[in-house]
Ligand binder design. Structure first.
Ligand SMILES: O=P(O)(O)OC[C@H]1O[C@H](OP(=O)(O)OP(=O)(O)O)[C@H](O)[C@@H]1O
Ligand SMILES: Nc1nc2[nH]cnc2c(=O)[nH]1
Length: 178
């Protein structure tokens, strides 16, 4: 039986490989944040699937916050203008923040997030990104917890969209038409 995506999307990282890596990252974060009050910042919409799976793989009494930002607007190129679409629900001062992203591509979104969150005086800010695409980096971002380094291809699935679609694929796929 064919599924809805097969004409447009090829598998890059399988569901099994994604889930295994999420569990490893969860174990690493559990070790590193022992005794600290951890706040995960789930960056919407892309990191929703990753952040929820990762939260379940972390064995700590963490807090989950959601922060919406957008700069691609469903397309394959960053507009370069990052906008907050939904803000977190509580003050971030004094908290240990871990920003959860699905992908760091140009790095513009993460640079914006770091500046924005640091201005709120947290106790610490670290970065966890499932994917890094170094070939397109426009600014250097130091990723504390990284899932996979990928080639310069536009990817969809596991939260990542094209025209707001394909986020629900359980694997990371390559969009075939760019
Ligand atoms: O490193 P960059 O080039 O800035 O790209 C990374 C950002 O792009 C995507 O978000 P997008 O703006 O598509 O919004 P979305 O998460 O709602 O899909 C992704 O979720 C990251 O937040
Ligand atoms: N869906 C998707 N969004 C992105 N945002 C930045 N890079 C990408 C990418 O490769 N795919």
């Amino acid at each position: 039986m064919t599924t809805f995506h097969e004409k447009d999307v090829g598998v890059l990282i399988s569901e099994e490989a994604v889930q295994a890596r999420v569990k490893e990252l969860g174990a690493e974060i559990t070790r590193d944040y022992q005794g600290k009050e951890l706040t995960l910042i789930c960056v919407l919409k892309g990191s929703a699937f990753f952040a929820i799976d990762l939260a379940r793989a972390i064995d700590l009494p963490l807090t989950l916050e959601f922060l919406g930002v957008s700069s691609y607007h469903g397309g394959t190129e960053s507009t370069g203008e990052v906008r907050i679409t939904t803000d977190v629900s509580k003050p971030m001062a004094g908290k240990h923040l871990l920003i959860i992203e699905d992908i760091i591509d140009t790095g513009l979104t993460m640079s914006f997030l770091l500046e924005n969150l640091r201005a709120r005086h947290p106790a610490s800010v670290k970065i966890c990104s499932l994917l890094e695409k170094p070939a397109r980096a426009k600014t250097k971002v130091n990723i504390d917890y990284k899932g996979f380094v990928i080639e310069d291809k536009f990817v969809v699935g596991y939260g990542l969209d094209y025209g707001e679609k394909y986020r629900n694929l359980p694997f990371i796929g390559i969009w075939k038409h760019v």
